[in-house]
Design a protein around this ligand. Structure first.
Ligand code: IMP
Ligand code: MG
Length: 210
């Protein structure tokens, strides 16, 4: 009986902790156990596909931060990791179409330039949270293609069932979802909700105020 009360209290606390953000969601799509189960499967598939190779992982931040951390800890292969900060939404719920690489290096001459890792001859795996128009992934692929890697594959946490302005060929997909605006587990709306441990659909009224 006491154990049942403790379990009930823990469950309510779990829900309450995120209440201010949870109440902005229409519904939860994928809870923590569902995400972790799918990551186990994805990691097993990737580990098997690259078992005799050394990967270079390029993670597109900030949205893929949680995904990257949880997925890579499940892949027991030697790999190199590079993180790219990219923005395409600029505070709006739709893409601007203009992709900006945030992490730049400043050359000795003082001009800013996008620093790319040396991927020549390497097997590259791009990790992203969710393509929308496809502009972000297409821009990253174009940059990397020019650096003559041995192979490039794309792994996304989520993929929306919708036509895209730019074609995106994702080799690994966590979950297919309807064309709805989702937040949590790294994904944001106006930089909020990234720290939710689950993924949910944001209430449409909140998007309309934007
Ligand atoms: P794209 O350049 O239009 O493909 O935009 C891709 C980026 O838009 C993703 O990396 C996300 O940061 C963001 N994005 C797309 N759909 C959603 C969503 O439903 N919720 C939160 N961010 C999204
Ligand atoms: Mg974003």
């Amino acid at each position: 009986m006491r154990l049942a009360c403790v379990l009930l209290l823990c469950a309510s606390w779990g829900r309450m902790r995120y209440l201010p953000m949870r109440s902005d969601l229409e519904r939860v799509l994928f809870d923590e156990p569902a995400i972790h189960k799918r990551l186990d499967e994805l990691a097993a598939q990737i580990s098997n596909d690259y078992r005799d190779r050394e990967l270079t992982v390029i993670a597109v931040l900030t949205g893929s931060l949680m995904f990257m951390a949880d997925l890579l800890r499940r892949i027991p292969l030697p790999l190199k990791l590079d993180c790219r900060g990219v923005v395409s939404y600029h505070g709006k719920p739709q893409t601007s179409g203009q992709v900006i690489f945030k992490l730049t290096t400043v050359s000795p001459s003082g001009g800013g330039q996008v620093a790319l890792p040396d991927v020549a001859g390497r097997d590259v795996l791009i990790l992203d949270d969710i393509p929308d128009s496809g502009h972000t992934l297409a821009a990253i692929r174009e940059k990397l293609d020019g650096a003559t890697p041995r192979s490039i594959r794309v792994c996304v946490l989520l993929s929306k069932k919708k036509p895209r302005a730019r074609h995106v060929d994702a080799d690994y997909v966590g979950f297919e979802i309807e064309d709805e605006f989702v937040v949590g587990y790294g994904l944001d709306f106006m930089e909020r909700y990234r720290n939710l441990p689950y993924i949910g659909v944001l209430m449409k009224e909140l998007l309309e105020h934007c």
